[in-house]
Structure formats: structure tokens, C-alpha cells
Design a protein around this ligand. Sequence first.
Ligand code: ASP
Length: 416
Amino acid sequence: MKLKSISLHWQILIGLILGVLLAILSKIFHFEDFVIQDISLLGTFFIRALKMIIVPLIVSSIISGVTNIGDAEHFGRLSLKTLLYYLTTSIFAILTGLILVNLIAPGVSANLSFQETPGGFENAATSFKDLILRIIPENPIASMAKGEILPTIFFSLLFGFFITRSPEPYKKQLTGFFQSVFEVMMGLTHFIILFAPLGVFALIAKIIAQTGFDAVLPLLKYMITVILGLLIHATITLPLLIYFLGGISPLKHFKAMSAALLTAFSTSSSSATLPLTMDSIENNAGVSNKVSSFVLPLGATINMDGTALYECVAAMFIAQVYGIDLSFVQQMIVVITALLASVGAAGIPMAGLVMITIILKAVGLPLEGIGMILAVDRILDMLRTSVNVWSDSCGAVLIARSEGENKLAVLKGKEL
Ligand code: ASP
């Protein structure tokens, strides 16, 4: 069988399995260093290539998307629906986590030794206000150069909107220009995605060769709680939502998104996965650029259901280990701050871990608690990132459907 005839998600899955096998072999035959230092280069190439296209892809996709939307009323309605979806699903996720962590109580009588306490966490909590402020860039070009996603989105939205308000011939020229840039960026994205199987292979091999499975045991109950919550949210809550509200087949949608989900899993980064998410949602799920270019870049940055759930469970777990009983009001504070923390977390590896400080500070728990969960964070990060991307994609099809897009490839009763 020629490689080309195997579809991308199978190629990625094969890459992932081979990566795991290589890491296990490297541990048995002691060549971990070769995997960590040399094989991992393939993964670094892949991530760098993805990062290379994020900013131009976001800018061109948002501007061409907004100019497609056209009128202000339509734009307002789309924003409202998108934010409502983000808010509702994140709160569902957090409540799922809260219920599970209270039922399973993974931290009660846990016998844990502290891992090293990471530095730099003290400043993270104060930076949240900063983060909101920084949505408005002082200099949009500088923000783009630094890869700051939220200010880039903010500027692109405004820029696109005012293109639609400008007189002819400028409106037509600029609309055509950004549409053309976007087409080129999608072509480039397509090309880079061809290397995903290799990238995923190397990234997984490196992570497992580096972390191993030793740290998992003492934290098993905590991990099970997070994983169970993520599973419930991803396989029950969100599928029910898209099935009943949008008439979308969750299985078809999952199939359409599988390459993006596997990439999210191995990169632990919603932002780096964004090019694949956009590609899959437009080419496999059939969502228009008008909807996806608005919902997805924003979603990759602020809609993180998996992270929200994880924030809540981790903070409650730390409280349980310290033997601190949080009152109902305090637990509600955990819920709200978990939501804020997930919005504030960047779409990069381990961003969620840093944001837990916001919750710990809000309810008066020691920041050192983070040191306990550090060892297994990477594994949970892979899973929560996949859930983050999955939720963004569910939002995109649901909103596309509510905007009257009836030709989606993922509708139930339709052949994919
Ligand atoms: N890695 C996650 C993401 O990119 C964020 C997190 O650390 O929770 O979606």
C-alpha cells in the first residue's frame, strides 16, 4: 500500500505508536539520550513549522472571515453565540471535575512526597489582570512578532471589520488581498501537515523517554479523577450537545477531527495545533471559513474545557492533601477562578499548571502544592489539550449549523 493511500489520522496514529515503542526500547537498551537529544529534533522541526504559520494564518483567516461575515449585526450575533458556547461548556467541564473530585476524594489521606517546587509561580497570579489589559496591543506588529495571540486576534478582528466599512475600491481590493493571503496560508498549512506523523512520532518518543512511567503510581488516584472527568466531558457532554442541538453525528465529527486531536495530544499545544484544527474543520467537517476563522483562533486561546476541568480538580486535590476542607462558598470561588484560569492560560504546553496559582491564591492554599502534581502534569496536559481542541471543534460545527450551514459533512444521516 502506498503511504499516500493511508489517511492522515492513521499515519499519525502509527507515528504515535511507533514513538511509544521506540521510547520503551530506548529505556530497555539504554539509548534514551539518543531519543531525547537527536530523534526529538524531528519533533522540534515540526513544532517550529507549525509556529511559523500561526500568526499569518490567524491574521489572514480572521480578516478574510470577518470580511465574509459583512454586516455588524451578523458579526455581533456570531460573537455572542461563540462566547455563550465557550462559557457554558467550560462551566459544564468544571462542574464535572468538581463533582468527581468530591466523590473520589483523591487527595484525602494521600501519602505524597513533594517533588521539586518549580520557580516563577509567584508572579503568575498577578499577571491575570495584566493579561486582560494586554488584549489591546500597544503595537500590533510587536504583538504579532512576539506571537501574542489574543492581541493579534483583537487587532485582526477590528481591521477586518473596518475593511467592511471602507468605501470602494478599497474594500474590494483589501477583501481580495486577504482572501488570497488566506488561500496561500491554507496551502502552506496543508504542506506542513503532511509531516505531522513524523513530528508526532518524535514528540511522543521524547516525552516518554524523558518522563517514563515511574512518577505515575503515587498520583494514580488523582490522575484517574482528571482523566475520568475529561472522558465524561469529551465523550458524553459535548457529543450530546452537538447531537441534540446541531443534529451532528459525534462519531463522524470525531473522525473528521482525528488528525487534529492526535496532534493536540502529542504537542500539548492548542495554538500549535490550530493550523490542523482549521484544516480539518473546513476540509473534513465542511464548516465555512466565515465561521471557523472566527470560532477557532479565539477558541484555541480562550476556550479550554479540558484545562478548566483540570484546574478545578488539581486545586481541590491540593486542598485535600493539605487536609483543608473547602466550604461551599470557597468551592464556588474555585469554580470561578478555574474558569478565569482556563481563559487566561495560553495554548502552550503546561500553561494550565502555572495558572493554578490563581486558584490557590484565591482560596488561600500554599503555592508549593503545585510541586506535588508536577510529575504527572505532562501526561494530563496531553489529554486536556485534546479536550480543549475537541471542544473548539464542537463549537465550530454547532455554530456553523446554527448559522444555517446545512451542507456540513458531519451531519447525522449523511455520508462522510
Ligand atoms: N496545553 C494546554 C493547551 O494548549 C493548556 C494547558 O496547559 O492546560 O491547550
